[in-house]
Design a protein around this ligand. Structure first.
Ligand code: AKG
Length: 273
């Protein structure tokens, strides 16, 4: 029996590789999570880099709480089953009139995972609209094999190496994942997706959580994961023992030390966020 998704939503995920909108946060929760993010953003100098906004759930209590929110996990359970891990997280802010964009890509290309049992929850902390650069997907493309990608290192590309798929995308067939603050979408690890620059005067903030099952293994350096629900009979990953409790300052110090180490490792091994 499903916990959160309707049959139609589940079917949409299977057929299109994406499902939205799923309402998960109350307006009060949105305001609180936004305020926590903005506190962190301000302490990081205003417009943090992508690497500063990855894996925040390991260092900041609010980010851990959002990644393991019961409403989010109920919906994940409908897709992945009862054993759920938070593999990684990334926050994607796009500022007013921000030229940054995400090129068309398939996440499965560069995550070095041995399975497609992964779903990405993209939780909107502000409205995410066509004007402010909402995520876009090519429905059904999760069924395609992994396509060739090039590393462009393009200046405004949010992806760490500017990875871009090498097939012509029919823009008219793309679906805009428009969300209101407090709603989320799920997208499949192999779906072709990206997003345009923010051409509006409103900021867009998305909090992405990558959920896997314990069966999934990674052929690269493994981050600590959160066993959010169920049991881990595989022990492929180190598991975070307890939620973070550090102050913002301590969290920033620990996070930046880890981010430096991760960047160094990425240079050598190349999996990406
Ligand atoms: O936030 C965006 O614009 C893109 C997000 C994305 O690529 C992802 O969550 O996989």
């Amino acid at each position: 029996m499903s916990k959160r998704l309707s049959q139609e939503q589940f079917r949409s995920y299977q057929q299109k590789g994406v499902v939205f909108p799923i309402k998960v946060l109350s307006p009060e929760e949105v305001a609180w999570f936004c305020a926590q993010f903005e506190k962190l953003e301000a302490r990081l100098g205003g417009k943090p880099k992508a690497v500063q906004l990855s894996q925040t759930h390991l260092h900041f209590a609010w980010a851990y709480e959002l990644s393991t929110h019961p409403g989010v996990l109920d919906a994940v359970e409908d897709i992945l089953g009862p054993n759920i891990m938070v593999w990684t997280t990334s926050i994607f802010p796009k500022y007013e009139r921000d030229p940054s964009y995400v090129s068309w890509h398939q996440d499965g290309t560069y995550w070095a995972l041995d399975s497609t049992q992964l779903t990405s929850a993209w939780i909107a902390l502000t409205d995410s609209t066509v004007a402010n650069g909402c995520m876009r997907v090519v429905p059904g493309s999760h069924r395609f094999p992994i396509q060739p990608h090039v590393e462009t290192y393009a200046q405004n590309n949010v992806l760490s190496r500017g990875q871009e798929i090498q097939v012509e995308i029919e823009e008219s067939g793309a679906l805009d994942v428009v969300l209101k603050a407090g709603e989320m979408s799920f997208h499949h690890v192999n779906i072709i997706h990206g997003s345009n620059p923010n051409r509006s005067d409103s900021k867009r903030i998305g909090f992405a959580v990558r959920f896997t099952t314990p069966k999934v293994n990674q052929m690269a350096e493994k981050p600590p994961v959160v066993l959010a629900r169920g049991v881990d009979e595989y022990h492929h990953f180190p598991v975070l023992v307890s939620p973070p409790t550090a102050s913002v300052e301590e969290g920033i110090a620990a996070h930046s030390k880890e981010a430096r180490r991760l960047l160094e490792s990425l240079r050598k091994t190349k999996p990406s966020f």
